[in-house]
Design a protein around this ligand. Sequence first.
Ligand SMILES: NC(=O)c1ccc[n+]([C@@H]2O[C@H](COP(=O)([O-])OP(=O)(O)OC[C@H]3O[C@@H](n4cnc5c(N)ncnc54)[C@H](OP(=O)(O)O)[C@@H]3O)[C@@H](O)[C@H]2O)c1
Length: 284
Amino acid sequence: MSRVALIGTGLLGTAIGQRLMQEGIEVAVWNRTAERSQSLLDAGAKAITKLEFAAESCGAIITVLRDGPVTKKVVAELGDLAGRCVIPMGTMGVAEISDLGNQIQQQNGRCLEAPVLGSKPQALSGTLLVMAGGEATDFAQQQSLLTCLSEQPIHIGPVGSGAATKLALNQLIASLTHSFSLSLQLIQRAGVPVETFMNILRTSALYAPTFDKKLQRMLDHNYADPNFSTALLRKDLRLFLEEATTAGLQEHGLTGLLSLLEQAKGTDLDDQDYCALHELTVLP
Ligand SMILES: NC(=O)c1ccc[n+]([C@@H]2O[C@H](COP(=O)([O-])OP(=O)(O)OC[C@H]3O[C@@H](n4cnc5c(N)ncnc54)[C@H](OP(=O)(O)O)[C@@H]3O)[C@@H](O)[C@H]2O)c1
């Protein structure tokens, strides 16, 4: 398989790069803040010094950037894509990916969106859930690359279907974390031992594995070393709400949650693990 360009080496992008190299794929990297690519360069990745030459030397281009507008701007800087497939893996809105898909076509490229569920550990172990959207032929061509990152990448449908699926899942991340935090806060204030509550919850139909994954962090109020930040969860919930409004859904239940997440803006919580939402479910 020829070299892959990896554009965006933040938290998720770096883990994706590490995994691809472990799988024997030659990777060339670019990041706005060059130092954030250093660990990949030290591990043998090539540096992309000029975005406009990335397509020339790479078979496919993966982007793992913050959001839709950033991805659109950075992809524009790639210039002529010379028929290459661009695979945006960051989370963005349905309209945003569709707009990006058109731009990629105008740049003489093909777009296969591939948003993911899972984080750094899953990227490193190749167990991300990949939800691809685009032409079936592009999916077939990129399947072996995607299989390095996911045991079973799924082709959902056309461009936009991956984004819709990903946002639907991230709405669950926000809502489940919020619900669990509120219940935990009440239990603790009522003097019920947390383990008693958890033992009941674990045997019930209400249990979700994410509760145990986040329990200790919430009890310790420790949100350091995040896999996914509060700021990005807020971005995704806002995107979900935009889609929900367009789809004619009743979004009132979620607007309160978004306004809670807005309170993290400008505080330490924003760059920390998203379950820092737990700090916001008590009145100040
Ligand atoms: N982390 C996860 O577990 C996870 C899971 C699924 C999906 N995602 C999605 O994947 C994407 C990346 O997430 P992440 O956790 O890796 O975030 P991150 O660590 O904050 O990385 C964000 C990336 O976007 C770049 N960026 C931000 N603003 C930019 C700008 N104006 N111009 C150019 N580049 C810019 C950053 O470059 P700098 O280093 O220069 O800031 C960095 O490469 C997001 O869409 C996120 O929602 C993340």
